[in-house]
Design a protein. Structure first.
Length: 179
């Protein structure tokens, strides 16, 4: 009979078995765990997220298989600017994230002529672009509230030349590539 009582006292869920100081420490850890889970999900949703490159459209800036952090808070304060590397979702591919570079902002006229991007009549200097930009494209007025995005590897990129201008609410966040 006493043997059975001792076994019952040593149960993990029997709080009286643990000394008082140890019980207090366990409660602190439990509280910390309970508070950290919602904090993690809040940060993942609104502040910072991680991703992985799975295609070659941003080569040589981002190699396939490399990881990156998405700053989601930046575009709550300012709109995307030319040269920013952004992560976006499209309506027809909701589960896929695209990583592209902003080359045209809302209200600008953009064209592709002789393998070069021309913004408001001025050729765009693009040291990050790999190869010429093909095919040529007639001048296009980028609507307000949208932006025109291209991949750095222009020959192998599915970008705004195919799916058109991207609404700003489809841009998830900004990536800062390593240098």
């Amino acid at each position: 009979m006493q043997e059975r009582r001792r076994r019952n006292q040593r149960s993990f869920f029997n709080w009286r078995y643990f000394p008082k100081e140890r019980r207090r420490g366990n409660k602190r850890w439990a509280l910390l765990l309970i508070l950290s889970i919602p904090t993690f999900f809040f940060c993942e949703r609104y502040l910072l997220s991680a991703g992985r490159v799975v295609d070659v459209s941003m080569r040589p800036t981002l190699q396939e298989g490399s990881y990156f952090l998405i700053n989601k808070f930046t575009y709550h304060l300012t709109p995307p600017r030319r040269g920013d590397v952004v992560v976006l979702h499209l309506l027809n591919h909701a589960r896929w994230r695209y990583v592209k570079r902003v080359v045209g902002e809302g209200g600008e006229t953009l064209a592709i002529a002789s393998g070069r991007v021309v913004v408001n009549g001025q050729p765009l200097e693009e040291p990050y672009a790999k190869g010429p930009t093909k095919p040529d494209m007639k001048p296009l007025l980028v609507p307000k509230g949208t932006c025109f995005v291209l991949g750095d590897n222009r020959q192998e990129s599915e970008d705004s030349r195919i799916f058109g201008c991207v609404p700003l609410n489809r841009i998830e966040g900004k990536i800062r590539p390593r240098r």
